[in-house]
Design a protein around this ligand. Structure first.
Ligand code: ASP
Length: 301
């Protein structure tokens, strides 16, 4: 069996490319990297990689992670700048015994020293949006943080699973701010014998629930990916609503080791899936009644 599931419609082309690779016997890790790099490389996607929206100081700081579900190896970067493909750096770091999670200048230096492609990640378009936002926020006292998304991907190839994430985090975040995306358990988790999960949404809230790990553990206990996502996401979102009066946006995707998949979300959410039995498809998900999720296909490739 093979399969790939990814957060957001922006991953449609990446999922298509990954599915072609998986069909031809590529490893779960190679397919995952292809899917995420496609999103990182596209300047039209303003929350990941090149073209990502910058922090308060006008600098694009990116977070990414890679996990191997056979060995549980994790590699991650947070606050990396100028690295063209943070997911590639994270994947390489997953082979390090020590120093496998690097932040800021250390992460950027590692990328440079290991000959990863470096480039200025701030596009003219993103710089313009930042200048406008700085003015708007000063004038109207607005919350600056609208505009964020993470590409999160889970892949399955035979007996092997991987997962990974990449994001420029919250637009206008404080320099040094890190969300859930590079944190194992919160932004992602995978065990090849069970399945994997990834998150997107407000990192500050996602981190409170360690939701990706929670979903994998529910699948381990026998729930389907859809049941696991529904149980974990809606229970936790409700807990936050009780504690704070509201919950931040949270959308989780999951795939099990047989290629079954599920998602749950407390906001409108798009995602992409392809498996041996399913042509690449983009879906729209919304929270439904009584802790369920309403899912409809919006495109098929
Ligand atoms: N979870 C990411 C973060 O908080 C952003 C997102 O996925 O929307 O950095």
């Amino acid at each position: 069996m093979w399969g790939v599931i990814a957060t957001w419609e922006m991953a449609a082309e990446g999922v298509h490319l990954a599915s072609e690779k998986l069909k031809n016997g590529a490893s779960a890790a190679d397919a995952l990297q292809v899917a995420i790099e496609d999103v990182e490389n596209n300047p039209e996607f303003q929350s990941v990689g090149f073209g990502g929206l910058p922090n308060e100081a006008g600098i694009v700081e990116m977070d990414a992670a890679f996990m191997n579900g056979n060995t549980f190896a994790v590699g991650a970067v947070a606050g990396i700048t100028d690295g063209k493909n943070p997911i590639a750096v994270a994947r390489k770091l997953s082979s390090e015994t020590f120093n496998s999670f690097l932040v800021g200048a250390g992460a950027t230096a590692y990328a440079k020293n290991n000959n990863f492609k470096m480039q200025n990640m701030l596009t003219d378009d993103a710089a313009k949006k930042w200048q406008e936002r700085v003015k708007e926020v000063a004038k109207n006292n607005l919350s600056p943080y609208d505009g964020h998304d993470t590409v999160g991907v889970v892949t399955l190839s035979g007996d092997a699973m991987t997962c990974g994430t990449s994001t420029s985090g919250l637009f206008m975040k404080k320099p040094g701010r890190v969300g859930d995306s590079p944190l194992a358990g919160s932004g992602f988790y995978v065990d090849s014998q069970v399945g994997g999960a990834c998150a997107t949404g407000l990192g500050e809230d996602l981190m409170k629930g360690v939701l990706s790990f929670a979903i994998v553990e529910k699948m381990r206990a026998g729930l389907t990916p859809q049941e696991a996502c529904d149980t974990v996401v809606y229970d936790f979102s409700e807990k936050l609503a009780k504690a704070y009066g509201k919950s931040g946006a949270m959308s989780l995707i999951a795939m099990d080791h047989q290629g079954n998949w599920g998602v749950a979300t407390n906001v409108e959410f798009t995602f992409c899936v392809a498996t041996k039995n399913l042509a690449p498809t983009v879906y729209l998900a919304n929270p439904g009644a009584n802790g369920t999720t309403v899912i409809q296909a919006i495109t098929t490739k």
